[in-house]
Design a protein around this ligand. Sequence first.
Ligand code: PLP
Ligand code: ZN
Length: 412
Amino acid sequence: MKNVKYAKCVKCGKIYEATPNLTNCECGGILDIVYDYDYIKANLTKEKLAARPHDMWRYRELLPIEETTEPTPLRVGWSPLYEEPRLAEKLGLKQLWVKDDGQNPTASLKDRASAMAVAKAREAGAKVIACSSTGNAASSLAGNAAAAGLKTYIFVPSRAPKGKVAQLMTFGATVISVQGSYEDTFELSKKAIEKWGWYNRNAAINPYLSEGKKTVSLEIAEQLQWKMPDYLAISVGDGCTIAGTWKGLKDLYAIGFIDKLPRLISCQAEGCCPLNRAIAENKDWHPMEENTLADSIAVGVPRNADKALMAIRESNGIVVNVSDAEIMAAQKLLGMTCGVFGEPAGVTGTAGVKKLCEQGVLGKNDTVVSVVTGNGLKDVANAIKACGEPITIPSDMDLLLKAFADKGIVVE
Ligand SMILES: *Cc1c(COP(=O)(O)O)cnc(C)c1O
Ligand SMILES: [Zn+2]
């Protein structure tokens, strides 16, 4: 890879050759891919980019793949970035955009990392990929691997919503539903991966995954014609997504494509916010219980704490925790005002933005991008609980009129 120099441990600084099988540093630290920005500058222009297909591989000079590596089969990335003036007005913001990453092929941002895992597994000559996941990494890996003809072994906690498990089974993964927490699930997957030598798509362990995730911020920048907002809000579990988002922004800054870095807004659930707590108290992180209905970010032991905390601090970021009720209210608000349906963890970023507006931290001078990280159809049970019942009547016009009258609905 001419665009990549090496991988470097974020803890001890040890340097590794960027081979496709990289995992953690021998010290246990997480590796970061270091690029040759001079090479990239000389080989990538905005004009060149503009002519390319609309998927994540359009940024290949900024991605850790061989020049000869084929794009993966499913179309991942280039999700829409909607400007939302009505929601901005409601919240009291100058400008707000919503990036709907639930529109990826398996309906979450995780497709960006899983497509990268498939590309690297192919480079490594692997035939089998494995991971543990709260659900979305699992279903996205299963889908992207199925399309590429690779086998998958997937470990999920037994609490994973049915929508995600249905995807897994349909994509033909061998699924192990672990009776325990995400932490327990992770530990079992780790042992199995060691035993059988499968290609490892575990969050944080594989340093290429957050490089895939960073394409979300590369796209946001390009979709905004390289004019960056003041803030970028995103939900946080293991921390790979927010770390990747920051990496993408720094890459673009380093090659001169953008001249301003937004501040990150790290949004977690009140019932599980080890990373935000560490920032708020300016201390190390400590495990927490996984006490939220936002299952994708119910991560008590974040796997990518180092990179995530660094990203939030470097960006002079803001942290905000929201209750499950606030998450479900944001889901409804996004649905009603934007027509965007996010799963609970998917809308936690927007819930955080709303809360910061109410607290007066954000206001009429601020421009914000809020990333919706997963589609609402992943977890219909919680949505139905939060939304209430529809009008249920027999096929009878009189009963319809009566129901409207009872509910005070005035037909326009
Ligand atoms: C995984 C996930 C997140 C959080 O990403 P991390 O890398 O775990 O911090 C947020 N939202 C959704 C829908 C996810 O699947
Ligand atoms: Zn190290």
